[in-house]
Design a protein around this ligand. Structure first.
Ligand code: ATP
Ligand code: MG
Length: 380
């Protein structure tokens, strides 16, 4: 059983030289009400040179604070920040090889697209011909070539987002920070921008640190995800790690739907153990290493429950209950069940026939089975 995946340690386990190394980062704010807010409370994070890392967590967990610390708009109260191996704690924002894309795009409304994108180059006094070439290249990369003369007000939301991206990459930063850049877009545009952003990141070969509230977005786009809560890293790992092997009940509950059973191991049963839940249901777990008396939480995702118990019980175990509700979720059905002993269980049935679902109305008896090696275990 593991509580944290190996990447959780302070060591960088990434395939390329780290662009960001944060060690024991602490950031306090003094709230106007007088008390201190520990927005970051000992955060360790390492980002590889061409990694797509997503910060995910509930409102107020410290995502924006962490981005602002990396970009230099906030100073750390404790800990260390290194970018490309160099200590950056005291380095001002404009001297860091970092650019931030904000949720509201922050374009200058009175400047043309070309001047918005070229702004940072103009400030640095880059020669006109080179400046124009870089602006054209950046616009080309985001699929907005030829719109240099428009004003931001003459563009759609998605186009404004692309301009904000072009402005961010024109300076060829080593690291792009993106704070909920897609949250203002409608679902369809958001999905196509997700793909574009991911392509852009691999084309540029630079690191992205991306903030989102949206777990689906995090799971589909990221190489690794940092789950934050209350200024603490709850887990740092690949999308598969986070989804299949959440480090604790917070992550299990925050990412995807989960059925969490509290209880303790009662006895050995062949190469498995019996696990009695607090509600009184018995689960079987194919884990011979667990000793009777061991308290833990067992997690099963809704899609790990299947209908109608198989005849051969060697690798499977059943729960019986009654249907509370069935909900059509677009080809699949979500079934809410109450077990014999009263535990609520959610199961997702993949594209079942309408005829079958007709037999699973509220009140119907139902048998659900799961593979005995499916439950993910969390130490209580
Ligand atoms: N300037 C500030 N003064 C006081 N407290 C602050 C300040 N900025 C942020 N905080 C507090 O620090 C904590 C972390 O805020 P942060 O903006 O990093 O959260 P977040 O994860 O980005 O949230 P959201 O998803 O809502 O954007 C919150 O409790 C917030 O109220
Ligand atoms: Mg924020």
């Amino acid at each position: 059983m593991r509580q944290h995946p190996p990447e959780f340690s302070m060591t960088c386990i990434v395939n390329s030289a780290p662009v960001v190394q944060i060690t024991a980062a602490v950031k306090h704010y003094r709230a106007p009400e007088g008390h201190a807010v520990r927005a970051l409370d000992g955060v360790d994070l390492c980002v590889g040179g061409n990694e797509f890392v997503t910060l995910l967590g509930p409102s107020g967990c410290g995502k924006t604070t962490l981005l602002r610390v990396i970009s230099g708009f906030e100073a750390l109260d404790g800990g260390e920040l290194r970018i490309q191996g160099q200590q950056m704690n005291e380095v001002p924002p404009h001297l860091r090889p970092v650019h931030t894309v904000f949720q509201n795009y922050a374009l200058f409304p009175h400047l043309s697209v070309g001047d918005n994108v070229g702004y940072a180059l103009d400030i640095r006094g880059v020669a006109k011909a080179q400046r124009n070439r870089q602006v054209a290249d950046a616009l080309e990369l985001v699929g907005m070539a030829g719109l240099e003369k428009r004003k931001p007000g003459q563009l759609s939301g998605g186009q404004q987002q692309r301009i904000a991206l072009a402005r961010a990459i024109v300076n060829k930063p080593a690291l792009l920070l993106l704070d909920e850049p897609l949250s203002a877009l409608d679902r369809q545009l958001r999905q196509s921008m997700q793909r574009e952003l991911k392509n852009l990141q691999s084309e540029l070969g630079i690191a992205f640190v991306f903030v989102t509230h949206d777990q689906e977005e995090a799971l589909t786009m990221s190489d690794r995800i940092v789950v934050l809560n209350g200024g603490h890293v709850q887990q740092l790992g690949s999308p598969e790690d986070i989804y299949d092997r959440p480090a604790n009940a917070f992550v299990a509950g925050f990412i995807g739907e989960s059925n969490l059973f509290d209880g303790s191991v009662t006895r050995h049963h062949g190469d498995a153990v019996e696990f009695l839940t607090a509600q009184g249901d018995t689960l079987r777990l194919r884990r011979a290493d667990l000793a009777p008396g061991q308290k833990l939480q067992a997690m099963l995702r809704p899609e790990q429950f299947h209908l109608a118990c198989p005849g051969d019980p060697a690798r499977h175990a059943c729960l019986e209950g009654r249907v509370l509700q069935q909900v059509f979720i677009g080809k699949d059905f979500e079934l809410s069940v109450r077990t014999q002993h009263g535990s609520p269980v959610k199961a997702v049935l993949r594209a079942p026939s309408r005829e079958l679902m007709g037999t699973l109305e509220a009140g119907a008896r139902v048998q659900l089975w799961y593979a005995t090696d499916a439950p993910h275990l969390l130490l209580a």
